[in-house]
Design a protein around this ligand. Structure first.
Ligand SMILES: [Mn+2]
Length: 236
């Protein structure tokens, strides 16, 4: 193996215990690997503030090897907490999507999430390298800059056939691969395979809804999917 290992996770939604267990299973090494998180770190789950502390420490230690991409939930929070006259509608939207849980998680640790807006504001909408692209939701055009923000963080298109993109956002039972047809091909757990050049790998498996947390390990031009069972009790 020549290059660094890449470890991709997504849609943690405050499920920090599960995130740690998955990173252990992926043998994540913060001193050498690149970590890419595809967004949606906040809202819905049990340990939202703790997830923030964990990721902030990792980012501080790893620097540019830690890539934290923006999801629609970070975007809703940023819109709802922006200092402007017009944020009432944004706050309603965020609270409809579990924003209150994030607010109270920070308050219960004697913080306001507003204190850390700047940290969340630094999250980019996409990440690109030679082998693949990363966005939270989906792409229509393989040039990330030619997609609307709406597509990047909320989109649900699966008919993309451009350069390989890794996504989260829409939960599937297991990680799936799409390339130009409606049906999804499930990706087998723990099996090394060649990294596709085109299409879309969707990694969100609904951990916060009680299913599984999944991630991708990439070494050179090969990848494998690893996952764990969620510890979240539904309705809890
Ligand atoms: Mn999302």
């Amino acid at each position: 193996m020549n290059g660094e290992r890449v470890v991709v996770i997504t849609d943690i939604h405050g499920c920090l215990d599960d995130c740690r267990r998955l990173l252990d299973k992926m043998e994540f090494d913060k001193s050498r690997d690149r970590l890419i998180n595809l967004g949606d770190t906040i809202d819905r789950g049990p340990q939202i503030y703790e997830t923030f502390v964990f990721l902030r420490e990792l980012k501080e230690e790893m620097g540019e090897r830690c890539v934290l991409i923006r999801g629609n939930h970070e975007q809703m929070m940023l819109d709802a907490t922006r200092k402007s006259l017009n944020r009432r509608n944004y706050k309603d939207l965020w609270y409809l999507n579990s924003g209150e849980k994030t607010v109270y998680s920070f308050i219960s640790h004697k913080h306001k999430i507003n204190e850390f807006r700047d940290w969340y504001e630094e999250m980019p909408y996409f990440y690109a390298e030679e082998r693949f692209l990363c966005v939270h939701a989906c792409l229509k055009n393989e040039n990330p800059k030619k997609n609307s923000v709406e597509t990047l963080i909320w989109g649900r298109d699966t008919d993309y056939t451009g350069k390989l993109v890794l996504t989260g956002h829409t939960p599937y039972r297991v990680p799936v691969y799409f390339c130009g047809k409606k049906s999804a091909d499930p990706i087998a757990e723990g099996m090394w395979a060649n990294l596709p050049e085109k299409g879309m790998i969707a990694l969100d498996t609904g951990c916060v809804f009680g299913n599984r947390l999944s991630g991708l390990v990439i070494e050179d031009d090969r990848f494998k999917v690893l996952s764990i069972r969620s510890s979240v009790v539904q309705g809890g």
